[in-house]
Design a protein around this ligand. Structure first.
Ligand SMILES: Cc1ncc(COP(=O)(O)O)c(C=O)c1O
Length: 362
């Protein structure tokens, strides 16, 4: 294949998907298994979203609304912007890819923290960007290091805020610093997939206020707080000109009709959001308390997951946990060989994880 495929393709380590949970159970002979590996919401979608999805599937013989008219309108109302400032994607992942398709020119550079959300690097490699990596400092984005990498050719700077896999965030002051150092023609891409978990923190930046004056793209997701990861819906917010470019680059029917209906209904269900926030807070404080008493170090997180240092090769701990029916993410792909990332689950899942972890560490 090397002769006929684009060279870039072989520079990419393929994303390795986890096995379906049912298959794992069958393979390992387990009655029960829990998945705490992908930062998903532990709760099913809200009843309103399920009902809307059920209704929408009745007309799935038709193509979806290619303009996401109603969802965009609802999002715009919620965000206090115009629908022309909103882009809906097949997950917010799609918007990362489209921003490269739409804006990256030959010899352009992108800046990506290391380690951070892997898709920035994968998508940038596919599209032939020159990547400059800014190492994290104490598990946080280092805005000075990022600023130091900016050149005349910097097209995009990807900022996961809050970040995955660390769960940390950059502050209002740090965003101000970065904006001062970033040329106006460079696009700052604020990936706010975990926005709702962090938005009430005092110095968590309000990036929306830069929308008019600067080239920024803000993305958020229905996969986390709204429990719709399986339907793939995310959205981007930017000035009209940027949205226009993203629209030119996308497929005509990029968001399916069931996803559009469910997302719109989910937006209107504040109770689901509150319930999720409450349980994540409770679950996180339970897990952190257990880690403290076990002497396990972890990175303080403002999200629905925790990055923990298990003090030995995490691949082994991962396998031990798997045998006990607990799926977490081992972090060797991020070169964090002693770390695992665990998503906050329901309280019974959190307890099961701690029991399994204690046994695995012995
Ligand atoms: C930082 C970050 N951005 C984006 C995404 C992807 O979100 P979506 O499901 O909306 O594509 C994730 C998913 O885990 C993430 O952690």
């Amino acid at each position: 294949m090397k002769k006929i495929a684009r060279n870039n393709i072989f520079k990419i380590k393929p994303y390795i998907p986890g096995k379906p949970i049912e298959e794992l159970k069958r393979e390992l002979g387990l009655k029960e298994a829990i998945k705490l590996a992908s930062n998903e919401n532990a709760f099913s979608p809200s009843r309103k979203a399920i009902r809307a999805a059920q209704k929408a599937i009745r007309t799935a013989n038709r193509y979806p609304d290619g303009g996401c008219f109603y969802l965009k309108k609802a999002l715009a109302r919620n965000l206090g912007v115009k629908p022309e400032n909103v882009f809906v994607g097949n997950g917010s992942d799609e918007i990362i890819v489209l921003s490269l398709i739409a804006f990256l020119k030959k010899r352009d550079e992108v800046i990506i923290a290391k380690p951070t959300f892997l898709i920035y690097e994968i998508a940038s490699k596919i599209h032939g960007a020159k990547i400059k990596f800014a190492p994290l400092k104490n598990f946080r984005y280092d805005v000075k290091a990022i600023a130091g990498l900016i050149t005349d050719r910097t097209k995009l700077i990807f900022i996961a805020n809050p970040d995955n896999p660390t769960g940390t965030y950059i502050t209002t002051d740090e965003v101000d610093f970065l904006l001062r150092r970033t040329p106006r023609k460079t696009i700052l891409f604020f990936d706010e997939a975990y926005f709702e978990f962090a938005k009430d923190i005092k110095n968590y930046p309000r990036t929306m206020k830069f929308l008019k004056d600067r080239n920024i793209i803000i993305t958020r997701s229905f996969s986390k707080i709204y429990s719709l990861a399986g339907l793939r819906v995310g959205y981007g917010i930017a000035k009209k000109g940027i949205i226009d470019c993203l629209n030119r680059a996308r497929e005509p029917f990029n968001v399916n009709s069931v996803a559009q209906a469910a997302a719109r209904a989910a937006l209107g269900d504040k109770k689901h959001v509150e319930k999720t926030l409450k349980f994540v807070k409770k679950g996180k404080s339970f897990l952190c308390g257990e880690f403290d008493s076990l002497g396990i170090k972890y990175v303080p997180s403002v999200t629905n997951f925790l990055l923990i240092n298990v003090g030995k090769e995490s691949k082994k701990i991962y396998r031990e946990l798997l045998k006990k029916g607990v799926v977490v993410r081992e972090m060797s792909a991020w070169k964090l060989d002693n770390f695992i990332r665990v998503t906050i689950g329901t309280m019974s899942e959190n307890r099961k994880f701690i029991r399994a972890l204690k046994e695995s560490l012995q």
